[in-house]
Write a protein that binds this ligand. Structure first.
Ligand SMILES: [Zn+2]
Ligand SMILES: [Zn+2]
Length: 76
């Protein structure tokens, strides 16, 4: 999946390191944002869906459910 802002394609992260790319949900769709866009647009996550429990914008879509990757909360 490419970056939703610039269209760059994700490379494999160095072994053992977590990917600096962030997942979010925007308008009901899973999107990815690259590290450059996170740096260039600190407000990239305005408008994305956030976890109702902890407020994190790191949200994944799994089988139609929103899943917070910070606290593990899931919701429709
Ligand atoms: Zn980007
Ligand atoms: Zn959460």
């Amino acid at each position: 999946m490419p970056c939703f802002r610039c269209g760059r394609v994700q490379e494999d992260p160095p072994q053992g390191k977590p990917s600096p790319w962030k997942r979010a949900v925007l308008g009901g769709e899973q999107v990815l944002v690259c590290p450059e866009c996170q740096r260039a647009h600190p407000d990239w996550n305005s408008g994305v869906e956030t976890c109702p429990r902890c407020g994190s914008a790191s949200v994944s879509l799994k089988l139609g459910l929103h899943v917070c990757s910070r606290c593990g909360n899931d919701w429709e």
